[in-house]
Design a protein around this ligand. Structure first.
Ligand SMILES: CC(C)(COP(=O)(O)OP(=O)(O)OC[C@H]1O[C@@H](n2cnc3c(N)ncnc32)[C@H](O)[C@@H]1OP(=O)(O)O)[C@@H](O)C(=O)NCCC(=O)NCCS
Length: 154
């Protein structure tokens, strides 16, 4: 398994858009797969953030994680965010999600960011806490309970 910038594996954009749409459409019911494809393609044109990384093994896409300037339109005061952490169901529990998260935090530090945020469902707080993230607050976002967490980049 290796983690690379999505720019190096653009062929995975369509499947990534489907995965992300299926996982997070509950927060964005009006969004579409086509919009997700367009937004991933747009980010490839810039050197800054948003930036997406993919975990790959040969020709197989295993997962993704992104560093984005904003992820919650109610908390535009916080930036940047770890977002779109997703591992293919049959590749889970092998450390790939943790590796993607650590990779994004390291990349954020390399870019000069010192504090990174994420939001997640309450049942994932323990998982992120084990990776060094701290719980900042619990909030209702678009009708769902979500926890905002924070980490200092190395
Ligand atoms: C959350 C998610 C990204 C985790 O991905 P993953 O690749 O399974 O993550 P890891 O393998 O690093 O860790 C998952 C668990 O497996 C354990 N694990 C890791 N390697 C393992 C191994 N070799 N054997 C057994 N367990 C292992 C980890 O300790 C961790 O346990 P925990 O949940 O009790 O902390 C994945 O379940 C997913 O994509 N879920 C849907 C999308 C989602 O919820 N994303 C996060 C919301 S922001």
């Amino acid at each position: 398994m290796e983690i690379v910038n999505l720019k190096e594996r653009v062929e995975f954009i369509p499947i990534l858009a489907v995965w992300h749409h299926n996982q997070w459409s509950y927060l964005n019911p009006d969004g579409s797969i086509e919009q997700r494809v367009a937004s991933l393609e747009t980010e490839l044109k810039s050197d800054g953030i948003p930036k997406t990384f993919v975990a790959v093994s040969g020709e197989a896409l295993l997962g993704s994680a992104s560093l984005v300037p904003h992820d919650m339109d109610t908390r535009m005061d916080l930036s940047p965010w770890l977002a779109s952490v997703f591992v293919a169901p049959d590749a889970r529990k092998q450390g790939i999600g943790s590796a993607l998260i650590r990779h994004v935090v390291k990349e954020a530090g390399r870019l000069g960011y010192r504090t990174i945020y994420l939001f997640t469902e309450p049942d994932k707080v323990g998982f992120y806490a084990r990776l060094g993230w701290s719980h900042l607050e619990t909030t209702v976002y678009r009708g769902h309970n979500e926890c905002i967490m924070v980490i200092r980049a190395m």
